[in-house]
Design a protein around this ligand. Structure first.
Ligand code: FES
Length: 201
């Protein structure tokens, strides 16, 4: 026969067990909720910035200048390094420059549309002219140019970590364009009537 004291001890032990169990369940629940919140935030950030890029540092050697004198936009380095090489005529002068592919709104990677000849951001619809000037959507400023130069073997080099911004007058810096003297074909004029039109020298 069970004594009253034994019964009380049994009840106390059971209560303690339940207490410990429910505390443990509470913390497990908390951890699961924390994990769900973390995953949800990561997914939300991914939706906001679906396709952003990191910039490599230092000079990259791209290839001989002749490869880039095409009178068009070279997209070969967009995926790997986050920039375009543009060969176009601005104010009667033919220039080669590297343009960041990252949208100036929230950093999504733009795409080149050869017809009508614009860069378009897939995230919120910003558009940029071939020269990189924002003309539609929420992007607040032009795409920056990157440092560009020729090495002693006339190969094009770009440093993606050095940016030149039109709105700060930095497109005047000869470190962000190469003057192409030997023209191989006709290239289009920069679309007119924008405050940054012609900002290059
Ligand atoms: S990131 Fe918003 S328009 Fe490009």
């Amino acid at each position: 026969m069970t004594e009253p004291n034994d019964q009380q001890n049994e009840t106390t032990t059971r209560d303690g067990l339940f207490d410990r169990l429910s505390r443990r369940l509470f913390f497990v629940g908390l951890a699961i909720m924390g994990l769900i919140a973390f995953l949800w935030s990561a997914a939300a950030l991914r939706m906001l910035f679906p396709n952003t890029s990191r910039r490599p540092r230092g000079w990259l050697t791209l290839g001989p200048i002749d490869e880039f004198s095409t009178g068009s936009v070279d997209t070969r380095f967009k995926e790997s390094h986050g920039f375009y090489i543009v060969d176009m005529r601005i104010d009667g002068e033919r220039l080669l420059f590297a343009l960041s592919a990252a949208c100036t709104h929230l950093g999504c990677i733009t795409g080149w549309q050869s017809s009508p000849g614009i860069f378009k951001c897939p995230c919120h619809g910003s558009g940029f002219t071939e020269a990189g000037i924002n003309f539609e959507g929420p992007a607040p400023r032009p795409l920056p140019r990157l440092a560009i130069r020729l090495d002693d073997q006339r190969r094009v080099q770009v440093d993606p970590s050095k940016l030149y911004q039109a709105e700060r007058g930095q497109w005047n810096d000869p470190a962000c364009f190469i003057r192409l003297e030997a023209e191989t074909k006709e290239v289009p004029e920069l679309a007119a009537n924008h405050p940054y039109d012609g900002a290059k020298s």
